[in-house]
Design a protein around this ligand. Structure first.
Ligand code: GTP
Ligand code: MG
Length: 198
């Protein structure tokens, strides 16, 4: 278990080719509005650190945050979401290209935190993303978001459905609520461990 993560926003990148070398990087992926930026804020216990919005499409660039000491070279990357139908086809294609290039080529991307909406469950696009990440041999950490929105009476059934559709075991999915704090200390500890932050 760990307290708030020391996270500093560094800068945004539109082009993954311009990213500098780092020691280790962990990226948050998931469909638009699943709660990636909110999760960053919860990990840091710092509202407003990453831009969030009720409307999908809040994050449009690759946003780099440094974890731990200054110049630790251990980064957490907030990515634009996928599957947001309301932006133009051209814009969607641009984001997809940016995400693809990032995930395919980024060296020292040690794992991807793949966020799945705990209330909605995995969408076809989420399952497609899983296949793609597996194909690229990128380790996946499954995180189910918005746990507070699942009624306690439905929680067991929902958990079983979600793990069943992902084809993983229950212990492989971490349930979190950025709003209520559920699962956040455990996820902080995992992030530090994955990135090798002392
Ligand atoms: N109830 C509840 N709402 C949440 C939680 N996490 C995020 N939200 C809400 O979900 C909406 C989207 O959150 P964001 O963090 O902006 O989502 P995102 O994945 O970064 O979205 P994009 O940047 O568009 O890809 C906001 O209205 C948040 O307040 C949660 O744990 N519980
Ligand atoms: Mg975002």
């Amino acid at each position: 278990m760990a307290g708030p993560l020391p996270l500093r926003f560094l800068r945004s990148y539109a082009d993954p080719d311009l990213l500098p070398h780092v020691n280790a990087e962990l990226a948050l992926m998931g469909r638009s509005n699943v709660g990636k930026s909110s999760l960053i804020n919860a990990l840091a216990q710092h509202k407003g650190l990453a831009k969030t919005s009720k409307t999908p499409g809040a994050t449009r660039l690759l946003n780099a945050f440094e974890v731990g000491n200054e110049d630790s070279g251990r980064w957490l990357m907030d990515l634009p979401g996928y599957g947001y139908a309301k932006v133009s086809k051209a814009e969607q294609a641009k984001w997809a290209e940016m995400l693809n290039a990032y995930v395919e080529e980024r060296e020292n991307l040690v794992a991807v935190l793949l966020l799945i909406d705990g209330e909605v469950g995995p969408t076809p696009l989420d399952l497609q993303t899983v296949e793609w990440l597996e194909h690229l041999h990128r380790p996946i950490v499954y995180v189910a978001t918005k746990a507070d929105k699942v009624r306690p009476s439905k929680s067991q059934k929902r958990r079983a459905e979600l793990t069943g559709r992902l084809g993983v075991e229950r212990k492989d999915v971490r349930w979190v609520s950025a709003d209520k704090g559920q699962g956040i200390p455990e996820l902080r500890a995992l992030v530090l461990d994955i990135l090798g932050v002392k």
